[in-house]
Design a protein around this ligand. Structure first.
Ligand SMILES: Nc1ncnc2c1ncn2[C@@H]1O[C@H](COP(=O)(O)OP(=O)(O)OP(=O)(O)O)[C@@H](O)[C@H]1O
Ligand SMILES: [Mg+2]
Length: 392
């Protein structure tokens, strides 16, 4: 017991995903072995992006031509915001930041291309997460690990998803096949067959999580609300069957994994095409209900088409902000009655903190010289130690 305690360490994970809602900070105490880490959440906080910052990120990530000045300034500005989130979570826990053994910062993705294109005769894939780690290290005076995805890409992988290794370490089970489902802007799953080794884990994006619903909610409330809280508006509407079946024919859903998605697939264009085409006058409630149904159906169909034929699964563990959407959760459970559906809270991992916790664990692995990717999931040539390290 004493030995384990002596070896336990405090780490912070910082994460902001495709929803562009907030920087999430999780302060955890880590112990246990590299094979079976034990993690206890000490404190969690979210620092929301202001509307102005959110707009600037959306603009830089839009694919338009952006002056280098804007990317450079935004990188350092986000560094300050990520550092603030780390400081706040320490303050909340009344823990001096100097006691942290590491901070793992995912940064904010502004570009991600997991497949190669020819650039000056060479095959190049690339990814860019911003929120300057040097700023975080300087403000907190703790070692910072960042840029996790680049090493996987350099090793021939798609750079994503990375959370499946953490899911594997935390939720693997000898007798129960498990799927973890994260409902962020995009919905993604990690499949861990009973008794599986790391090479048998599968991880991929199923399609929209909250992204389509959020866009509709913002539009209908003229920006007053960022999402449909609890799915309450959607619950007052009915599914628009024709729109739903059109949207379900979007080619991404039929592609076999590995596959990943983002705003490129499920951003404004998708919404225009499937939710606002034609001249019909439809209610906000009906459109939101249809978007809610689209997420539930595409998650269930992805599992049915691509997972059930390969593995027997008994339980689904749900996390991410979308786990607060009661209508969505109810629908997902109904569509897969054969599964025990739980929130990650039941395993000591609060739904909102899960992704941030994952990057605390990945950073800790980096400092220990342990790999952070699963080649079977990302397609990398090897399991690599991820990230760039910024010393204390
Ligand atoms: N009470 C709630 N009811 C319904 N939806 C909610 C609620 N709270 C949060 N959400 C949804 O969760 C989203 C934020 O989720 P989260 O932070 O997990 O996603 P993310 O930032 O895209 O992260 P990642 O890409 O890492 O999964 C919000 O945009 C919103 O759609
Ligand atoms: Mg978020």
């Amino acid at each position: 017991m004493a030995e384990e305690f002596a070896r336990s360490r405090l780490a912070v994970g910082l994460m902001s995903g495709t929803s562009l809602d907030a920087v999430d900070a999780a302060l955890v105490r880590l112990a246990g072995s590299s094979d079976k880490p034990r993690v206890r959440l000490v404190a969690f906080t979210s620092v929301r992006y202001s509307l102005g910052v959110r707009k600037r990120i959306l603009h830089v990530a839009s694919g338009e031509a952006i002056p280098a000045r804007e990317i450079s300034q935004l990188n350092f500005l986000l560094g300050e915001l990520f550092a603030e989130a780390a400081l706040r979570v320490c303050r909340k826990a009344r823990i001096s930041p100097h006691r942290l053994s590491v901070i793992g910062s995912h940064g904010q993705t502004v570009f991600h291309q997991g497949f190669a294109t020819l650039e000056a005769g060479r095959k190049i894939s690339s990814t860019l997460q911003i929120a300057e780690p040097a700023v975080i290290a300087e403000r907190i005076r703790a070692p910072v690990v960042a840029n996790f995805r680049t090493r996987d890409i350099a090793s021939g992988g798609q750079g994503a998803p990375l959370v499946p290794l953490v899911d594997y370490l935390l939720f693997k089970d000898r007798s129960k096949g498990t799927v973890t489902l994260n409902l962020g802007g995009i919905a993604n799953v990690t499949v861990i067959p009973a008794g599986a080794g790391p090479e048998e884990v599968l991880g991929f994006d199923t399609g929209p999580g909250n992204m389509v619903m959020d866009a509709l909610a913002r539009r209908f409330t003229h920006g007053r609300k960022d999402y449909d809280s609890g799915g309450r508006l959607a619950a007052q509407g009915k599914v628009l069957e024709e729109r739903l079946s059109d949207a379900l024919r979007f080619p991404f859903f039929r592609e076999a994994p590995p596959k990943s998605a983002g705003r490129e697939q499920f951003g404004d264009e998708f919404i225009k095409r499937y939710f606002f085409s034609g001249r019909k006058r439809e209610s906000a409630q009906d459109l939101l209900r249809t978007a809610n149904e689209l997420t539930a159906r595409t998650v269930a169909e992805a599992l049915r088409n691509f997972v059930w034929p390969r593995a027997s699964i008994g339980r689904l563990i749900v996390s991410g902000g979308g786990a607060h959407n009661r209508l969505l959760l109810k629908k997902i459970s109904e569509l897969m009655p054969e599964l025990d559906v739980d929130l990650s809270d039941a395993f000591g991992i609060p739904v909102d903190a899960k992704e941030a916790i994952a990057f605390a664990i990945l950073a800790d692995r980096t400092l220990q010289g342990l790999p952070g990717n699963l080649p079977a999931v990302t397609g990398a040539r090897r399991a690599a130690v991820l990230g760039s390290i910024h010393p204390r």
